[in-house]
Design a protein around this ligand. Structure first.
Ligand code: ZN
Length: 191
């Protein structure tokens, strides 16, 4: 299972809307190998998630996993989840200012408004339908990955242009305060 190259912002495959996976293709060796490559590439890069088009596969699949992540030490855990042809519905108007980075956007982070109560549904890697509600900080991760499938990267959603900063500056000056707001959100919603 090779670790793949991660495409960088501006690449045409990242900028395009990814296509639905045909249901009967989900269990084929080709699609299963794509999923394994996504998991390996995400873990190798310490990502919290990765979308298929980030490794050049123009289909609507993403994987998410957070477990003691050194890139995002304040993130609550999310078990390995594979989402194929996902949909997201916002359950309320409540939003959170999420400071985000991306494996396809080197060096830079910024603030993005994300909903904190969402309902998701998708096929898992076995072709089973999964539907659940997600509340709290983990909802931000889902929206970030979902955006990739529509060719949207976090910088496209930044409204406060002064929030752009380098990873090093974030870690030195902003991470403690941001981690505190994340903890408050996690305390409220449990995730
Ligand atoms: Zn990303």
């Amino acid at each position: 299972m090779p670790v793949r190259e991660i495409l960088q912002i501006g690449h045409p495959v990242l900028a395009a809307r990814a296509e639905e996976v045909e249901f009967e293709d989900i269990r084929t060796p080709k699609v299963q190998a794509w999923i394994d490559d996504m998991i390996d590439t995400m873990r190798d890069a310490n990502g919290a998630g990765i979308a298929a088009n980030q490794i050049g596969i123009p289909y609507r699949i993403f994987v998410i996993e957070v477990a003691d992540n050194p890139r995002y030490p304040y993130k609550p855990s999310i078990p390995l989840t594979i989402a194929i042809n996902p949909s997201i519905e916002f359950l309320s108007d409540e939003t959170f200012i999420s400071n985000e980075g991306c494996l396809s956007v080197p060096q830079i982070r910024a603030d993005v408004d994300r909903h904190v109560e969402i309902a998701v549904s998708y096929f898992d890697r076995n072709g089973e339908i999964a539907s659940h509600e997600i509340r709290g900080y983990s909802a931000c991760t889902w929206q970030h990955e979902y955006d990739h499938l529509d060719g949207i990267l976090f910088p496209h959603r930044v409204t406060n242009l002064h929030s752009f900063c380098s990873w090093a500056v974030f870690q030195k000056y902003k991470q403690p305060a941001f981690a505190k707001t994340v903890r408050q959100l996690v305390d409220k919603w449990g995730a």
